[in-house]
Design a protein around this ligand. Structure first.
Ligand code: ADP
Ligand code: MG
Length: 465
């Protein structure tokens, strides 16, 4: 591997969850450069806190350690980072005062961190928003236009119009991106506002820690002084009663005081599991905006913008191919593009449809398996119950036919990424509530009725899923 290629690895987007891998690879280079003895005693104990595209923050066990590392090896670390981290300009080392904070951070590298603009207490929260998650980099299409418009509105208005703003949608569809974008925009527009962004997991962790250290008062103050509180992935709060309680109170207090609360989850408020009823209903009081599964146009738009950002060129037919095939979520779509681009750069060859298919063989296979269309389902279900598709989507209300219809609708919901509205259109223009009713009907009977389950398994087999 030559130097140019090594550099390249890091030009590919750095997601918070990749930061730890990145740090590992820099560590290997440091070890080579200073020798394993020095490395083991001085550099290995350092941990990465964050990298925001500019500033790298490490943590050291104590002040002595920090001073020593900076004076003896600071330059070496900076040199290696300059070579390997695009945009790197600054190194900072903080001191790990509470050992379990560090343990938590390294054990949950996927938990997006917390940002706070807290003038009195700048050491308190050191993590940062992801620089790539801005409104400028967010491509708007039908599936996310409502969520986008609501997010923009929150930034522009001086007093909260809808509170809370509840964003929900499947994995990798842009919830975290939108929240970070809100954070960036508000911090530009209203410099005096205190913003807290945190994953629900981290909120729980902070809360439990405050109980352990008998410091719940400052925990409460910290949160209740926020002008904007954003809690990401709130589905993870399910089940922990005391945390839910605390969250509920914090939430109410902020809203009563006219401070903006923004929540994300993978489900709508009413579908959250193990969440207290009053919290569910409270979460739904403001604006609930869902992000739908992506469309081909949106996927293509996102790919085109990523290609621009990577300052590279990819043939249009390859982009169209990817947009058509990688339908599961945007994270996977980006990953696929990165793989194709990285591969071409490593082997020094042009990107073609052929190389793309080769590089992504396994990914394409798994996406293909998931790609069943409504038409497929209708024709297999109709066959199975000896009806025609026309009968299946008709409005005839004969008992057995209705079950076949419910079954087909249910399968469309679980096997495709289509919305209730889309499915309704393909079933003789039925209303989305009718479609929801069918899905619920099968769902509720599936467990009690082995015959239904058996039918379903047989039909699924015919659909090769
Ligand atoms: P979620 O939080 O919903 O699981 P993320 O916000 O982490 O999803 O998004 C996953 C990836 O897809 C991120 O890299 C994000 O930048 C990208 N992404 C999502 N939606 C868009 C969009 N509309 N435009 C551009 N990039 C997007
Ligand atoms: Mg997220």
């Amino acid at each position: 591997m030559n130097n140019q290629n090594e550099d390249y690895e890091f030009q590919v987007f750095i997601h918070p969850s990749q930061v730890h891998n990145l740090w590992q690879s820099i560590n290997e280079k440091l070890k080579k450069s200073v020798g394993s003895k020095v490395y083991d005693s001085w550099l290995k104990p350092l941990d990465i806190v964050t990298y925001d595209g500019k500033k790298l923050i490490l943590s050291a066990p104590n002040r002595f350690f920090k001073d020593r590392v900076l004076s003896q090896y600071g330059r070496e670390i900076e040199l290696i980072c300059k070579k390997n981290l695009p945009g790197f300009s600054e190194l900072d080392i903080i001191i790990q005062e509470e050992p379990d904070v560090a343990i938590q951070d390294s054990s949950t590298p996927n938990t997006t961190s917390i940002v706070i603009k807290d003038e009195e207490n700048p050491e308190d929260f050191t993590h940062q928003l992801d620089r790539r998650f801005t409104f400028d980099n967010f491509i708007v299409g039908k599936p996310n236009e409502l969520a986008y418009a609501a997010a923009m509105r929150v930034c522009e208005s001086t007093s909260p119009g809808f509170n809370p703003l509840f964003l929900y949608g499947g994995v990798g569809l842009g919830k975290t991106h939108l929240m970070h974008a809100i954070g960036w925009r508000i911090s530009e527009l209203h410099k005096d506002k205190k913003i807290i962004y945190m994953s629900a997991e981290k909120f729980m962790y902070e809360f439990i820690k405050s109980i352990r250290y008998k410091d719940t008062v400052s925990f409460k103050e910290k949160f209740r002084s926020a002008n904007i509180l954003m809690i990401d992935d709130v589905q993870f709060i399910g089940g922990k009663d005391s945390t839910q309680e605390e969250f509920f109170h914090t939430f109410n207090e902020l809203i009563d005081n006219n401070h903006q609360v923004i929540i994300s989850a993978d489900k709508s408020p009413s579908d959250l599991e193990n969440v207290q009823e009053r919290l569910k209903s409270r979460l739904g009081w403001g604006l609930v905006a869902d992000i739908h599964p992506t469309t081909f146009e949106l996927r293509l738009g996102i790919l085109e913008s990523k290609v621009d950002m990577l300052k590279t060129q990819v043939p249009q037919e390859v982009l169209q191919f990817l947009a058509e095939k990688i339908i599961s979520n945007i994270r996977e779509l980006e990953g696929a593009l990165n793989r194709v681009v990285a591969h071409a750069s490593l082997v020094g060859r042009k990107i073609t449809l052929d190389t793309t298919q080769n590089v992504l063989r396994d990914l394409l296979k798994s996406n293909e398996r998931r790609m069943v269309t409504i038409d497929d389902i209708q024709s297999k279900v109709a066959d199975f119950y000896h009806y025609t598709v026309a009968e299946l989507i008709s409005s005839r209300r004969q008992q057995r036919l209705m079950y076949a219809r419910h079954m087909a609708i249910y399968l469309c919901k679980i096997l495709t990424s289509k919305s209730y509205v889309d499915i309704g259109k393909k079933f003789g223009d039925r209303d989305h509530t009718t479609i929801m009713h069918s899905v619920k009907k099968i769902e509720s009977e599936l467990y009690a009725r082995p015959d239904l389950r058996e039918d379903m398994d047989l039909i699924k087999r015919k659909l090769h899923v």
